[in-house]
Design a protein around this ligand. Structure first.
Ligand SMILES: NC(=O)c1ccc[n+]([C@@H]2O[C@H](COP(=O)([O-])OP(=O)(O)OC[C@H]3O[C@@H](n4cnc5c(N)ncnc54)[C@H](O)[C@@H]3O)[C@@H](O)[C@H]2O)c1
Length: 271
């Protein structure tokens, strides 16, 4: 396992979107480094195999599953209380919950001109406003405790627009479009990160964005070929590539790092 020097023994971490694809990887990295983790996800979402395997491995004393909609303040307050009763005030918050629309998801395709306001609104509500609400609720407890590291999961599409040619082999009418609100919602996260970082710097809270590039996981071969041709390192990110950067931002090894965006994209946005 990479990321070995970043120990977090005794720390309490909260990961939102913990039952999704990347959530269990962030939770696993924090657990491996010695932290206790509350894995939070939407009440309708069930933990998948990888999360269940973590529960089996670390037990209830280290990994606590919990539910809250990131758009629901009352549910988040309850989750924050539960975390404090079970473990302690968290010192690490990974704001990972997010929505996107993968090309294999049926329905919901629109021409740019026809995208309903409601569809755009949902993306911003979860990816930007939900992240802000989670930061308000858990951040308040962290500010009271006088320490903490908040890591907001951004995306390479916070910096660049998606290349629609990555998807032009997909038979779809209208042609598949990565939701335009997605990158905009993530760009907003990068700037919200700066706001929170500067406001809470004097309270002992660091706030940074970790922006992954495309993460390998079930994409079709044509997409992978086209995407990888655009990456200077010639490949997609693996989950292993993301663990070290997360632990760096979570640990005291980054004690003078705040308000920044750590882009982990194999050079995609440098080209
Ligand atoms: N996978 C990638 O290639 C990639 C690349 C760059 C950035 N990201 C970002 O990483 C994060 C995780 O992505 P993923 O690929 O694991 O996606 P995912 O869809 O597998 O997981 C997202 C999780 O967020 C949860 N969620 C959604 N709406 C919620 C709500 N209202 N309240 C609480 N939880 C909610 C979902 O239930 C899900 O478990 C996202 O923020 C995504 O934008 C992913």
């Amino acid at each position: 396992m990479r990321g070995g020097p970043f120990r977090l023994d005794g720390a309490v971490a909260v990961v939102t979107g913990a039952f999704g694809k990347l959530g269990p990887m962030w939770a696993g990295a924090l657990l491996d480094a010695g932290a206790c983790v509350m894995g939070l996800d939407h009440p309708d979402q069930k933990p998948g195999e990888v999360f269940l395997a973590l529960q089996k491995r670390y037990g209830a004393e280290r990994l606590l599953p919990a539910t809250a909609d990131v758009r629901n303040r009352a549910e988040l307050e309850q989750a924050c209380d539960l975390c404090q009763k079970t473990f302690d005030v968290p010192s690490i918050l990974v704001n990972n919950a997010g929505i996107d629309q993968p090309p294999d998801q049926p329905g919901g395709g629109y021409r740019l001109e026809d995208i309903p306001l409601e569809v755009n609104r949902q993306v911003f509500e979860v990816n930007t406003l939900g992240l802000f609400l989670v930061s308000q609720v858990f951040g308040r407890a962290m500010v009271k405790a006088g320490r903490g590291s908040i890591i907001n999961i951004g995306s390479l599409y916070a910096s660049v627009a998606p290349d629609s040619r990555f998807y032009d082999h997909i038979p779809s009418d209208p042609p598949f479009l990565k939701p335009p609100a997605y990158g905009a919602s993530k760009a907003a996260v990068v700037n919200l990160t700066r706001y929170l970082a500067t406001l809470w710097a004097s309270k002992g809270i660091r706030v940074n964005t970790l922006s992954p590039g495309g993460v390998l996981g079930g994409q079709d071969d044509d997409f992978k070929r086209k995407f990888c041709a655009r990456v200077p390192m010639g490949r997609m990110a693996t989950e292993e590539d993301l663990r070290g950067p997360l632990l760096f931002l979570a640990s005291d090894q980054s004690s003078y790092v705040t308000g920044t965006e750590l882009v982990v994209d194999g050079g995609f946005t440098a080209w």
